[in-house]
Write a protein that binds this ligand. Structure first.
Ligand SMILES: [Zn+2]
Length: 232
């Protein structure tokens, strides 16, 4: 088992006064830029993002944070990318921005219509062989709220980014909840599945299977009394 001293030392950031930038996104950006390499917490983000004039706390800060990643191209790590961060802790390791950020490809109107028809105007997310199937405008019984289908590029690191917008086969219709699921499990900064997040969200029985797999993979046995020992 890894010992605590393997974990790099975490430094926590601070708010440098009140953030007076015009938009919620700009105020969150300023907070991160003031705290490069340091952990910024959810509470700090909400505090920094609060409207300096009205004192109103933004409900949509999470969305703005996500835009700093996707549209502005900043690297902002969370527990999903770094094991030593807790849930609701974030870290901007450096100020560099990805230059191709913001150029989000979208399907053409014709292609999107073809996708919706193929999907029968319902979410195409498939998990363990079961299709989500929620229809545009329905209430999502799990996440709540009305379903709005949006296009998802099946492979964000496509070989043919120029022709994909016209090709319905490259796109699927997803409900909001499954857009989030895909974002969480697919790490767009590395183009790899986010295995850590997948395991973390997996049901207990799956976690147990993985635990046993890893034990045997690394050469350990569970004894009858529940203790773990190296295989002889
Ligand atoms: Zn869905």
């Amino acid at each position: 088992m890894a010992s605590k001293k393997d974990t790099p030392h975490k430094l926590y950031g601070k708010l440098k006064g009140q953030y007076r930038q015009k938009s919620v996104k700009k105020r969150i950006e300023a907070l991160f830029l003031d705290n490069i390499g340091k952990v910024v917490t959810r509470e700090q983000i909400i505090k920094a993002a609060t409207d300096p004039k009205t004192g109103q706390q933004p409900e949509n800060w999470h969305q703005r944070l996500s835009e700093l990643r996707t549209d502005d191209g900043y690297t902002i790590l969370s527990w999903r990318n770094r094991g030593d961060l807790k849930i609701q802790e974030y870290l901007m390791p450096h100020t560099r921005k990805r230059s191709n950020a913001g150029k989000r490809v979208r399907p053409t109107d014709t292609a999107w219509l073809a996708v919706l028809k193929r999907a029968n105007y319902s979410c195409e997310w498939k998990e363990a062989g079961i299709v989500c199937g929620l229809k545009n405008g329905e209430i999502d019984p799990v996440g709540g709220g009305r379903v709005k289908l949006t296009p998802d590029h099946k492979n964000p690191h496509s070989l043919h980014p120029d022709t994909d917008p016209e090709d319905p086969a490259q796109w699927q219709a997803l409900c909001g909840r499954h857009q989030v699921t895909k974002k969480n499990y697919w790490d767009t900064t590395t183009g790899k599945l986010n295995t850590y997040a997948i395991v973390q969200f997996a049901p207990e029985t799956e976690k147990k299977r993985i635990f046993h797999f890893l034990l045997s993979y690394f050469g350990y046995n569970i004894r009858r009394d529940g203790t773990i020992a190296r295989q002889k």
